[in-house]
Design a protein around this ligand. Structure first.
Ligand SMILES: [Cu+2]
Length: 116
């Protein structure tokens, strides 16, 4: 676990350094594009995506969501704090069917996407 979290921290540090050049991630052709509007997206009925195909998952913070302004996708080791009106996109390829979970940074407001 320690190795994973320090690797994660290193990745975040790298991402921060590269932030100006990487404001928007490259979205592969054929990616499944999904936008989750927060805060209601935490409780909305989940969207379904296909496994094995990249998902361009955009979180849009429509209005203040409290601690939910910070959103994370644990499976992708991805976390982002949004300001109202801001979007952040994660490109991630789910490899198996099930649910792809996202949550506030404290992991107590949760939502999910169904992977088939
Ligand atoms: Cu929270």
């Amino acid at each position: 676990m320690k190795i994973t979290s320090s690797l994660c921290a290193a990745l975040f540090a790298g991402a921060t350094l590269l932030a100006p050049a990487m404001a928007a991630p490259k979205i592969p052709a054929g990616a499944q594009k999904i936008t989750i509007t927060l805060p209601q997206g935490y409780s909305a009925s989940p969207t379904t995506v296909k496994a094995g195909i990249p998902v361009a998952l955009t979180f849009f913070l429509e209005s203040d969501a409290g601690c939910g302004n910070e959103v994370m996708v644990p499976a992708a080791k991805w976390k982002k704090t949004l300001k109202v009106g801001q979007r952040a996109t994660l490109v991630y390829t789910p490899t198996k069917s099930g649910t792809l979970a996202f949550a506030c940074g404290m992991d107590h407001i949760r939502g999910s996407i169904i992977v088939k």
